[in-house]
Write a protein that binds this ligand. Structure first.
Ligand code: AMP
Ligand code: MG
Length: 407
């Protein structure tokens, strides 16, 4: 039987992943959500010509030469409005953000002035230009202007802008909820000392962090034993989320019960096993639900590097599509090998590697020597996965290969 290719498997995953329905979401909770409407401003920003320094509002023609002495009309702080017009021979003391008084066309910063007494100031600035130290009304944005377009992912910056234009609720695609379930009798929590035959659960925290990096919301469901009843209970909890990601239990071992228990919970298998290395035992299916879109279920092989590779190749693009984004996966680049690399076997390989780029030069990639898919330590040195097509062959130094850039 020929194995499903990575491309065909990804196509199947994306056919089943459809953008989630937009909802009204309080702006304060919208970090990481994807905007589903155009946002227009209800104000000019700034709302008035404003001073961008603390100083004196003047008529520039009046102070063309340094040393001019002016009468101080009043003091305007941010939040106040000027009452008097600035005319030849006068100035208004003004603070950053305050509205520019009528008649003034420049502001001289306080450091370039000397106060003579309570009502007189000398201007020592070398040359005062019209418009100096003034931000004009609507220079940043104008009332009615579209300031954010649909499909924009909301970062801290966008939440600040939403507040500036008065939006406290927005229409957005919510962050997908992704349940993470590690399976295996050998697993204990990170906080525990492993007993004989045991290892710590590294995939749970790894996957939860990857989920967060994609802009989704992880729900860690802990560790399921390799027993039908425990698996069934935890899988049922996981199936209430948009996506359920399991690790372990999908290979050919006697306790690899995940596919069977998923089938018993009504999850329809779409595929099992993909032609790639590491990650061949990958399992994917969906659960149809009455009142919500189907739950996407990924059974990732348990070795941590296999887990990572399968997440990056399949889960990340699926989550991107659920968010209405282009399902591009990791950023790709082409890089030249710094050394010879032997590719063996009939499966395309994703190899931990270091990509570097000196200024103005073509990126280079060095495959790391690693101990196989259980070797998460070596991956901490990697910033990329180098992709080698199937087949026995030696790649020469200088040859270009595709690399996936790990965040
Ligand atoms: P499995 O896919 O269940 O056959 O597991 C393959 C390998 O990955 C075994 O050596 C497991 O002990 C290891 N493994 C499975 N789950 C995890 C996990 N959550 N964290 C770290 N290693 C794991
Ligand atoms: Mg296992």
């Amino acid at each position: 039987m020929t194995l499903l290719s990575v491309e065909d498997a990804l196509k199947l995953v994306l056919e089943h992943a459809q953008p989630l329905a937009p909802r009204n979401i309080p702006a304060a909770e919208a970090l990481g959500c994807v905007l589903a409407e155009a946002i227009a401003s209800d104000i000019d920003s700034p709302p008035h010509d404003k001073s961008i320094v603390d100083g004196y509002a003047v008529c520039s023609a009046d102070v063309a030469r340094p040393g001019a002495e002016l009468t101080i009309l009043e003091e305007v702080t941010a939040g106040a409005v000027p009452a008097r017009e600035v005319t030849a021979g006068s100035a208004t003391r003004i603070m950053t953000g305050a509205p520019l008084p009528a008649g003034a066309d420049a502001v001289v910063m306080v450091e370039q002035t000397a106060l003579l007494d309570d009502s007189r100031v000398r201007i020592d600035a070398p040359a005062v230009r019209a418009g100096q130290n003034i931000m004009r009304r609507a220079a940043s944005l104008a009332r009615g202007q579209e300031v954010l377009a649909p499909l924009k992912r909301l970062r801290a910056i966008e939440l600040g802008l939403l507040a500036e234009v008065g939006r406290t609720t927005i229409r957005a695609i919510p962050q997908p909820g992704v349940a993470v379930l590690a399976t295996g009798n050998e697993l204990v929590d990170a906080g525990q000392s492993p007993g004989p035959g045991q290892i710590r659960n590294s995939n749970g925290p790894l996957l939860a962090a990857l989920v967060r990096q994609t802009g989704a919301r992880p729900a860690e469901l802990g560790i399921a034993r390799d027993e039908a009843a425990d698996l069934a209970a935890r899988i049922s909890a996981g199936l209430t989320h948009d996506v359920l990601v399991l690790s372990g239990g999908v290979s050919a071992g006697v306790l690899d019960l995940v596919p069977q228990v998923l089938a018993e919970r009504g999850v329809q298998q779409v595929f099992h096993k993909v032609n790639l290395k590491p990650g061949k035992p990958l399992w994917f299916g969906t659960l149809a639900r009455a009142n919500s879109p189907p739950c996407l279920v990924f059974g990732l092989p348990g070795n941590p590097v296999s887990t990572l590779v399968c997440f990056e190749l399949f889960v990340r693009p699926a989550v991107q599509k659920l968010q209405g984004q282009e399902p591009r996966g990791l950023r790709k680049a082409t890089a030249a090998l710094t050394c010879e690399h032997r590719q063996s076997g009939q499966r395309p390989a994703y190899w931990p590697a270091v990509v570097g780029c000196a200024a103005h030069s073509h990126p280079e990639v060095t495959p790391l020597s690693w101990r196989g898919s259980g070797d998460l330590r070596t991956l901490t040195d990697a910033n990329a996965l180098a992709s080698f097509p199937a087949g026995e062959r030696t790649f020469c130094a200088g040859e270009n290969v595709e690399v996936l850039l790990i965040e």
